[in-house]
Design a binder for this molecule. Structure first.
Ligand SMILES: O=C(O)CCC(=O)C(=O)O
Length: 188
């Protein structure tokens, strides 16, 4: 699972958008809101199928996929495994991420965490900390969101403080899924 991608070419600066890109950036998105106790998640189809297909193909064509040491980065003196933190490739439904909260020391806790999905649809499951495991303090409904090809999920503050998230095993999911996660880190 979990392989880093590195672009072979440089990205253009974000203020260098052509007319089509400006139109795309300004278009209306149909957001769906998920709310529960201390949970706020926004979800939308960000790229239609043809755009999502195009980006998926570009990622496959233009990126080198690394593993091991080559897939790590040093942040504030600590080695981070980029695959776990930023880019995930799930080769099929056997690849998964267990229940966790994002706990990077330098994460700006109040910033949303944005997660873009490409390829195989997978479930994203949110569970309140109080409702986990054998010694759960109380019963709370878990929340399941289908992360479809081209979709964008925004996990807003304070969701990540109170809720665990995971991508569970789905044996029937046979395709590859690429996930790009965007987080805001404190810079010194
Ligand atoms: O693949 C995903 O959508 C979730 C990734 C994730 O849980 C994480 O980066 O902490």
């Amino acid at each position: 699972m979990a392989i880093v991608l590195q672009r072979k070419r440089k990205l253009r600066p974000s203020n260098d958008l052509n007319d089509d890109e400006c139109k795309f950036a300004k278009r209306e998105l149909k957001w769906v809101k998920y709310s529960a106790e201390n949970l706020s998640v926004d979800f939308c189809v960000f790229y239609d199928k043809s755009k999502a297909d195009y980006i998926y193909a570009k990622l496959e064509e233009e990126c080198d996929w690394n593993t091991g040491k080559a897939a790590q980065v040093m942040i504030f003196g600590r080695w981070h495994n980029i695959p776990r933190k930023q880019v995930h490739v799930y080769k099929d439904g056997e690849d998964y991420i267990g229940e966790h909260k994002d706990d990077e020391k330098d994460l700006v806790k109040t910033s949303p965490i944005a997660s873009l999905s490409l390829g195989q649809t997978r479930d994203f499951v949110l569970k309140h900390a109080d409702s986990r495991g054998k010694y759960a303090k109380r019963k709370m409904e878990k929340i399941k969101i289908e992360l479809t090809h081209g979709s964008l999920l925004m996990m807003n503050y304070p969701t990540n403080i109170y809720w665990y998230h995971s991508i569970p095993i789905r044996k029937k999911a046979t395709g590859i899924r690429i996930n790009l996660t965007f987080r805001d880190f404190v810079t010194k």
